[in-house]
Design a protein around this ligand. Structure first.
Ligand code: LMR
Length: 350
């Protein structure tokens, strides 16, 4: 585990205090303290591992966060970002966080469901109609309860970053109706609810790590997959698929998680600095994620490299009906609390 030596904690604040006094009193420039000259043991180092490319909503936000923290702490706190699963892959990063081998990760909400299955409410098909609805839910009582569940696992959730809404792709024919999924082998993230979503349609879901989806599509181990446009395009998955259905059937976003012990061990001023930076970056990330996904749709439409079908309102109703058993399955397992709190159900109840 990373613990910061007492000496450097004190000197950090002494230096900060002296700088303020110097600036206020003498109005002479203090010698800038360059914390980057310190060794890793003397600085606070946060290793932040994730599995997507750098030119994605999460990749760009992670880098922006690292930059902001470095600037604001004069290099005393360093966030080292490891993208593309270089350090830890899907299925490895959570364990690495719990062991203290990395201090921060941002897995898709679907990927925390093996630890806290209630989180799979976020995977329910057509649960949310907009990003606003997702944020409203996460900030409401059901979301707060879900967030608090990380505590007992030695984790602290510091925020939620959006990616976007998932779309479906397939190699041999277009997907317009739920029947079109029959017998299709579809790559999925590890989530019982996503698995169920495909099983009720007669498809064959296969859990595959994000970093090897391309190879599995290339080898023909799976016929299709679901993901956001930014994830599809950043991994060139569309080059192996002939049909894209703009279905917006599921939300894909990230929980920003830190190791709780590491977090609580940090000086309060450092925790505040990180939390403030995260808030600022998150607001930027939400807008950027929406913009990136819209840009990718534009690019895919212009490239004429994949046939694109947009679900109509009528199609969507049919899909929603066909997924009703997935909601029943969730309710059987976790009761009605989380489903009742979904914005679409609250609207109906009002
Ligand atoms: C996936 O596995 O498809 C996504 O969770 C990847 C990511 O982190 O966006």
């Amino acid at each position: 585990m990373y613990s910061v030596s007492h000496y450097f904690r004190i000197s950090f604040f002494l230096l900060a205090g002296m700088s303020i006094l110097l600036l206020a009193g003498c109005r002479t420039e203090p010698y800038p303290k360059d914390f980057e000259q310190l060794s890793e043991d003397e600085r606070i180092v946060i290793r932040f591992s994730h599995v997507v490319g750098e030119d994605t909503p999460k990749g760009l936000a992670a880098r922006k966060f690292a930059q902001l923290v470095k600037e604001r702490s004069n290099g005393y706190v360093e966030v080292q970002v490891f993208p593309n699963g270089f350090l830890y892959k899907d299925g490895e990063e959570m364990e690495a966080l719990l062991n203290g081998d990395v201090q921060m990760i941002a897995p898709a909400t679907s990927k925390v469901t093996s630890l806290i299955p209630e989180w799979s409410v976020m995977d329910l098909p057509f649960a949310f109609n907009s990003y606003e609805e997702v944020h409203q839910y996460i900030n409401g009582p059901a979301g707060k309860k879900l967030i608090s569940m990380f505590d007992s696992h030695g984790l602290q959730m510091l925020g939620l970053w959006d990616n976007g809404f998932k779309q479906m792709t397939n190699r041999n024919f277009p997907i317009h109706t739920p029947e079109d999924l029959r017998q299709l082998r579809m790559r999925i993230m590890p989530s019982e609810i996503i698995s169920k979503q495909f099983l009720v349609s007669g498809a064959i879901p296969k859990e595959i790590d994000f970093n090897i989806v391309f190879h599995h599509l290339e080898n023909g181990d799976v016929d299709g997959q679901e993901n956001t446009l930014s994830n599809i395009a950043s991994k060139n998955l569309h080059l192996l698929q002939n049909y894209l259905t703009i279905s917006n059937h599921g939300y894909l976003g990230y929980v920003l998680l830190v190791n709780k012990e590491f977090w609580e061990d940090l000086p309060e001023s450092v925790r505040d600095l990180i939390a403030d930076a995260l808030l600022e970056v998150s607001e930027w990330e939400w807008k950027n994620a929406h913009k990136l996904n819209a840009e990718k749709l534009d690019e895919l439409e212009r490239c004429k490299c994949i046939d694109i079908y947009h679900l109509t309102e009528e199609d969507r109703k049919l899909w929603e009906q066909s997924f009703q058993p997935v909601y029943e399955y969730y309710e059987d397992r976790f009761g009605t609390e989380y489903i009742k709190a979904l914005p679409k159900n609250k609207k109906e109840a009002d």
